[in-house]
Write a protein of this length. Structure first.
Lengths: 445, 467
């Protein structure tokens, strides 16, 4: 028997509305939680239209598409990457869907397979945590004929490039997106990365530093509501079972073992010549969700730990991408974007986004609409989880940062707003540029 | 060997603290200032609320600086230390039942609670956004993991709160010691790693922790030791603070597999007005068939010599490892005592050869005590008692075809009655303390143990006068 997918009714409704859209085909992402037994699908989001494409569609509207070759795999993957950055721990892009006219059904599966692998490759690129033996590597493709409405659900093992399609069970149910338990914590960062003398390598140095840190997070001890729970224990046990929503969030605590690793091998301190030092200091808010059908502690702990690593990596990447597009470099103090959360209407889940200091909640709302095809009222966006930069917040700044020319954050991040690499505006013109930026970022891989 | 007082417990806290700093120049005073700053920051970290102690093999976690917050919450700040034991699960032990039985007996008198150092990164005191700061300057980025290792000995009735406080203090003190050591041995930007070691001194000092620079041999640290000897008013004719003298915690198995001091498991026989005079310090039991070496029938004196060498090594007198049969034979050839083909042979050696090898390989001189017949050994009580009192080294005795190690005597000055504490190198079995003591491979023997008509030579190694 293949995997089964428990899908929220809202996703069904959404897919039905897409079937009536006047386009030759529609691609999009399926979002939810991967669990051992089955996956839970809570959201679907169509690939945003590229402006260029939109024009084409207008001119080609009468002639039905004869091929799926028009699907821009890079575009869809980039969408998936950005969407996955908007998901708290425990939620991820589970796969892709395609709504197509009957005549394209034959080539659909091949196209979807390529999409699925491309999406997974980009999402997992550079990530700080290691997948474990228990991680499920099956990803889903859902193919819907726009005429007959017939849906075919298949999975592929994305870890095996030779894997073939396996049948899977796709089942709609109401309330899937309503029963989720949230965990949260705020994690203090106090990291230092020596950077080599040429600034071109700064990303690499930062990446290496983050990898060291991520190892600590991976091996850390995680407490839930002040307790160290056995792996298989239900994290919701002992909580009052309230009606659906408004379940109180569980508080996670992360304790890092002061490891003695490598102590015996050395008799001297490691001394590295460098051209400077990057410090990352501050607090990041982290959140994860587990489906409330007997959520086990191990799963909850893994979800929150991965969120900790993801959110730090994601913000660092965003900052570097932003700087690269503005041909800038980290100089003086540079705030990382703040994480904001917003509830997805009709669900018990929140999605998140990152705001640069010069951005407003309106920008966030716009991105939610574009990336998740989701209308989220601006006033429901919660910006309170992370405080903005305090002036001169650093205690040690005088001691060890004596030579920093203090530059106010506002000044440091002065840049052209339109270049914020969100897909609708920047991507249309700049996929190539972004791709270049990304490849520069991972030069060290 | 009395490790720690009955009724007291030792808390041992370990963990690596990462020290990082940036040196702008190799100029002494500025390096010193930067390093001191880095140590100060670590000390602040150790005093912060995020410090956590995790009691090994238990679910117990302690936040010592958060008003001594403890989970699970049935353990309180005021809980006496002795109650901690019930939360600790015995470590999986793959050795047989018998040895674990012994262990139980031991843990009844002395108890070591191991704690691991952790740092909480959640629940920060204040929320401030994350900022990336870049400082551009050509410099040296220094990183070292300080191997913190602190102990606190307390009475069983003492509370967890008190112990936590002691350990936090010990951490800070150790950081200060490490800072001093690093600065003292610094050359340019080359920084030696501190290496904390514990030494068990006579009361009232008890367990004392000293920080040495890693990689610097004992021979170059004599000045430091002199200072320590005078500070703790220790005799300056024997090593007390060499690395080999470091306290071996009873809960840590010796990795080389040899048994240490098996005689401590024996009960003293009853003898009126007699006093025991036994070997001082630590030796390992060497006997037939060890080290994948079949020396059954000819190697007993070699093994007895190895036991003596192990004593000198573990008391810190020599660095060299216990010599193999071949090395012993080579040494005898080198001093001209034996012809070259002796190396690799299965020929016996006696007390005089043992004396020669100790001199050649260890630089240790020995006295030879001779008796023309075994029955005379009973009259050597005073000499042997004096030896164990002043030198305290194991004695090798050879006579007839057998060699043994004498570890002590139980001797009555008034009646002249005597028993010998014998360690028998002819044992061919495994390292099972129960068998060794039950079957008398290590045991108290009367004068009838000796062949009454054979002559015997005893080799009494003398301690070099050194620290």
């Amino acid at each position: 028997m293949g995997r089964s997918y428990l899908v929220d009714d809202l996703v069904e409704k959404y897919l039905i509305t897409l079937q009536s859209v006047d386009l030759p085909f529609v691609t999009g992402l399926l979002i939810g939680q991967i669990a051992v037994q089955k996956d839970y699908v809570v959201l679907a989001a169509q690939t945003p239209q590229r402006e260029k494409e939109a024009e084409n569609t207008v001119s080609n509207r009468s002639t039905a598409a004869s091929s799926l070759d028009d699907i821009d795999i890079q575009w869809v993957s980039e969408h998936a990457k950005q969407v996955s950055q908007m998901l708290p721990g425990g939620l991820s892009v589970l796969g892709v869907f395609l709504i197509h006219p009957p005549e394209l059904s034959k080539e659909a599966q091949n196209t979807l397979r390529r999409l699925l692998f491309a999406v997974e490759k980009l999402i997992s690129k550079g990530r700080l945590w290691k997948i474990t033996e228990d991680d499920v590597s099956e990803r889903v493709m859902l193919q819907i004929c726009s005429k007959t409405r017939k849906a075919i659900c298949r999975t592929f093992d994305v870890m095996d490039p030779k894997s073939s399609a396996k049948p899977a069970d796709w089942k709609y149910q109401s309330g899937v997106s309503g029963s989720w338990q949230a965990l949260q914590c705020s994690v203090e960062l106090d990291l230092e990365f020596p950077i080599s003398e040429t600034s071109a390598n700064m990303d690499k140095c930062t990446k290496e530093g983050l990898q060291r840190w991520a190892k600590q997070i991976e091996t850390s001890l995680c407490l839930i509501n002040g307790k160290c729970l056995a792996d298989n224990l239900d994290v919701t046990a002992g909580l009052k079972k309230n009606a659906k929503a408004n379940q109180p969030k569980l508080q996670a605590q992360i304790l890092i073992p002061a490891a003695m690793s490598g102590v015996e091998q050395r008799s001297t301190a490691s001394v590295q010549t460098c051209g400077g030092v990057l410090t990352m200091k501050g607090v990041v808010h982290c959140r994860a969700y587990v489906y409330t059908s007997k959520p086990r502690a191990r799963q909850a702990v893994e979800a929150i730990k991965r969120d900790v690593m993801n959110t730090v990596l994601c913000r660092t990447e965003m900052l570097f991408e932003d700087l690269l597009m503005n041909k800038g470099a980290v100089s003086g103090q540079q705030p990382l974007p703040l994480r904001v959360f917003a509830p997805v209407p009709g669900t018990a889940l929140c999605v998140c986004d990152y705001m640069f200091p010069d951005e407003a909640t309106a920008d966030v709302k716009e991105r939610f609409k574009e990336m998740l095809d989701c209308d989220i009222p601006e006033d429901s966006i919660d910006t309170s989880q992370e405080a903005p930069v305090e002036k001169q917040s650093d205690i040690h700044s005088e001691e060890c940062m004596g030579n920093v020319t203090p530059e106010s954050p506002a000044e440091a991040t002065k840049r052209e707003k339109s270049l914020r690499p969100y897909i609708g505006v920047a991507m249309a013109a700049g996929v190539a540029l972004l791709a270049m930026a990304v490849s520069l970022l991972y030069l060290g891989d | 060997m009395v490790v720690v007082d009955v009724g007291s417990m030792v808390f041992r806290l370990r963990g690596g603290l990462e020290l990082t700093c940036q040196l702008d120049s190799a100029d002494g005073p500025s390096v010193q200032q930067t390093l001191s700053g880095a140590f100060k920051r670590l000390c602040a970290k150790v005093r912060s609320e995020s410090l956590v102690f995790c009691i090994r093999n238990s679910p117990l976690l302690i936040w010592p600086n958060k008003g001594v917050h403890i989970i699970p919450d049935d353990v309180k700040e005021s809980t006496p230390c002795k109650d901690i034991q019930q939360h600790i699960q015995a470590e999986e032990n793959d050795s047989g039942k018998k040895s674990s039985k012994k262990k139980d007996r031991k843990s009844a008198t002395t108890c070591v609670i191991n704690l691991d150092l952790m740092m909480e990164v959640t629940e920060p005191s204040r929320l401030s956004a994350t900022v990336l700061t870049r400082r551009n300057q050509k410099q040296h980025f220094v990183r070292m993991t300080l191997p913190m290792d602190c102990v606190a000995s307390v009475q069983m009735e003492e509370t967890i709160g008190v112990v936590s406080g002691l350990l936090v203090g010990a951490l800070c003190d150790q950081l200060a010691d490490m800072e001093r050591m690093v600065l003292q041995h610094m050359k340019g930007t080359a920084l030696l790693l501190p290496q904390p070691l514990h030494f068990l001194l006579p009361e009232p000092a008890g367990l004392v922790t000293v920080v040495y620079p890693a990689g610097v041999p004992d021979s170059r640290l004599e000045l430091n030791r002199k200072e320590l000897h005078s500070r703790f008013e220790l005799p300056d004719d024997r090593p007390c603070f060499r690395r080999a003298n470091a306290f071996h915690f009873p809960d840590e198995p010796y990795k080389d597999g040899y048994l240490r001091n098996p005689h401590t498991a024996l009960n003293l026989p009853n003898m009126e007005s007699a006093k025991p005079y036994v070997v001082q310090g630590v030796y390992s039991y060497h006997h037939y068939m060890q080290d994948h070496m079949d020396d059954n029938g000819w190697g007993c004196a070699y093994r007895s010599l190895q036991t003596i060498c192990s004593w000198f090594q573990q008391q810190g007198y020599v660095d060299r490892d216990v010599p193999s049969h071949k090395e012993i034979q080579q040494a005898l050839v080198d001093v001209g005592d034996k012809p070259a083909p002796f190396v690799g042979s299965r020929q016996w050696i006696g007390s005089i050869e043992v004396q020669a090898v100790l001199d050649k390989l260890l630089g240790v001189t020995s006295k030879i005590l001779f008796v023309s017949q075994g029955s005379d050994l009973a009259s050597k009580g005073r000499e042997l008692a004096t030896h164990f009192q002043t030198e305290g080294t194991p004695v090798m005795i050879g006579g007839g075809v057998l060699a043994h190690t004498i570890l002590g005597v139980l001797w009555s000055e008034t009646t002249g009655q005597i028993k010998f504490l014998i360690l028998d190198p002819h044992y061919t079995g495994g390292e099972d303390l129960q068998v060794i003591t039950d079957k008398g491979w290590c045991g108290w023997k009367g004068p009838e143990f000796w062949d009454q008509n054979a002559y015997y030579n005893m080799c009494l190694p003398q301690r070099p006068k050194t620290i």
